[in-house]
Design a protein around this ligand. Sequence first.
Ligand SMILES: Nc1ncnc2c1ncn2[C@@H]1O[C@H](COP(=O)(O)OP(=O)(O)OP(=O)(O)O)[C@@H](O)[C@H]1O
Length: 237
Amino acid sequence: MAPLLQARDIAKSFGRTPALRGLSLTIDAGEVVAVTGPSGSGKSTLLHCLAGITRPDAGEVRFGDTRLDRLDEETRTRLRRDNFGVVLQFGHLVPELTAAENIALPLMFAGAERRAAHAAAVEWLGRVGAVECAHLRPGDLSGGQAQRVAVARALATEPSVIFADEPTGALDTIAGEQVLARLLDAVRSRGTTLVLVTHDNQVAAYADREVIVRDGRLAEPAEPYREPDATLPEATR
Ligand SMILES: Nc1ncnc2c1ncn2[C@@H]1O[C@H](COP(=O)(O)OP(=O)(O)OP(=O)(O)O)[C@@H](O)[C@H]1O
């Protein structure tokens, strides 16, 4: 399968603080990849580079055949809007708009007429189990409801990749599991690629693959493959 997202040897510093120090990662279409690692190791910076939000200081980032790191701001923004969905730790919904309007907004940016966008928004709220929230404003939603709305908003434009940065990090276990289950159901049934930053091993366990970031690089697998000890009898190897 052709890789959908590729980072090759990317580096990024903030002032004198190196966040990424030569990291390479390839993600195939339809993969669910969990990005884990210690606090401050560079997970969010990696996500932002892959999503074309941050431009790395060095290295390459590809989405399909397109070099994201070479695009100008305007083209990158358009590409992001057409292809990527983002879910952050605290939904980042527009407080003045209802849940349905929050979801309808990106659909209208993408060219949908208001009434059709609203109907689609309500349908998406149904799919994430939050249809009762349609007319509520973010201030009246629970944390779990707000994250479901944020998930619905990210999914509604039918992006090929969803980038999620600690999407359940602010929720209790049960609410977090429900949000995650809806997100995973939706991406798996549509073949959407999901890049999920999490510090939670239980969340990472739902992914097809876990990559660990340490000090701005990918860590070696925790338990690298070891050759069986040839001096032992076969049955005990
Ligand atoms: N906008 C910024 N300005 C200055 N320093 C930054 C900025 N973003 C990240 N950094 C620094 O870069 C390093 C990596 O940060 P990053 O947020 O990518 O790590 P992380 O693994 O996602 O951390 P956490 O799990 O705590 O969210 C840290 O030292 C951080 O302080």
